[in-house]
Design a protein around this ligand. Structure first.
Ligand SMILES: [Zn+2]
Length: 92
């Protein structure tokens, strides 16, 4: 079992700790890495039909837990903002 897994719920794809919440069940609330308590519906459990956007907070926390360097985490933040290096609107 992987320590963390993605699960779509309440309009975003979140990450959860499998030690605490696996398996996710329909209509049963679970906590996400971003600190929310969400509930998956039957629609959210259909593999291959996760069209809701990624939760950026969960993505960033997962990358942090995976040991990404501060430089890589900052690049991820930029990607999440839809910005690229050299973009004059990026804060330095
Ligand atoms: Zn989240």
């Amino acid at each position: 079992m992987q320590p963390y897994l993605w699960q779509q719920a309440e309009k975003f794809r979140h990450v959860y700790d499998t030690a605490a919440w696996y398996p996710i069940r329909i209509d049963s609330p679970f906590e996400t890495l971003c600190g929310r308590t969400v509930t998956a519906t039957a629609r959210d459990m259909v593999t291959g039909l996760w069209f809701d956007p990624t939760c950026f907070e969960c993505e960033l926390k997962l990358a942090t837990l995976a040991g990404w360097s501060s430089e890589c985490l900052e690049r991820l933040r930029h990607v999440q903002r839809g910005r690229k290096d050299g973009d004059p609107t990026v804060e330095r």
